[in-house]
Design a protein around this ligand. Structure first.
Ligand code: COA
Length: 171
């Protein structure tokens, strides 16, 4: 098992992983759109026996009240069903956090399973006074400071890249 940044030629393998992990191809299309439109972008793949079995993408978000804050939105993330619950997702998240820190990002947010992300240090984003445009339970929208105190003055609404509008549900 190896985690590495996406390379040219990985596109189809990444599509396959996202389509296998989600019920629709919406996430696969989101990944294709972010690849074209979002910058900087973090796209990591998990490789086993030369095959892409996991994928994670992070794209920059904007905080209404703090436009200079560099926040990565972790989404989407997928591991092929046959490879789930073997720690691959965790390796991808660990690597994403390290990479985001290295390139100087302030924070990472995720909209996801509240049982999963706290193990990486994510806490409900509302603790920092930040909220998403999605109408979701408080514990589902989580944030992680990549530098201690980076979200201390954040408060506001953080917005995903426009490409997420195609997924719906945001207000
Ligand atoms: C979520 C996902 C990326 C995790 O990858 P993974 O390689 O299985 O993750 P790990 O092996 O590192 O960790 C497994 C943990 O993921 C969490 N998890 C996985 N699927 C879950 C689900 N459907 N509901 C709640 N938690 C889930 C659990 O906490 C699980 O821990 P456990 O095995 O102790 O119960 C993968 O399950 C997946 O692709 N799911 C379908 C697509 C998806 O929902 N993407 C994420 C949106 S936030």
């Amino acid at each position: 098992m190896r985690i590495r940044p996406e390379q040219p030629g990985d596109e189809q393998g990444i599509r396959r992983v996202n389509i296998a992990a989600f019920d629709t191809d919406a996430e696969a299309r989101l990944v294709d759109r972010l690849r074209m439109d979002a910058s900087p972008l973090l796209s990591l793949v998990a490789i086993e026996h030369r095959e892409i079995v996991g994928h994670l993408m992070c794209s920059p978000m904007r905080c209404d009240n703090q436009p200079r804050l560099q926040i990565f939105g972790l989404a989407p993330m997928a591991v092929t069903p046959a490879h789930q619950r073997q720690g691959i997702g965790s390796l991808l998240v660990d690597e994403a956090i390290e990479h985001a820190q290295n390139i100087g990002f302030d924070a990472m947010v995720v909209l996801g399973y509240p049982e999963y992300y706290p193990r990486f240090g994510f806490v409900p984003a509302s603790r920092f006074g930040i909220h998403s445009t999605y109408d979701v339970p408080d514990e589902v929208f989580m944030a992680l400071e990549l530098r201690p105190g980076s979200l201390g003055v954040a408060s506001g609404i953080v917005r995903y890249h426009n490409a997420f509008e195609a997924l719906g549900d945001a207000h």
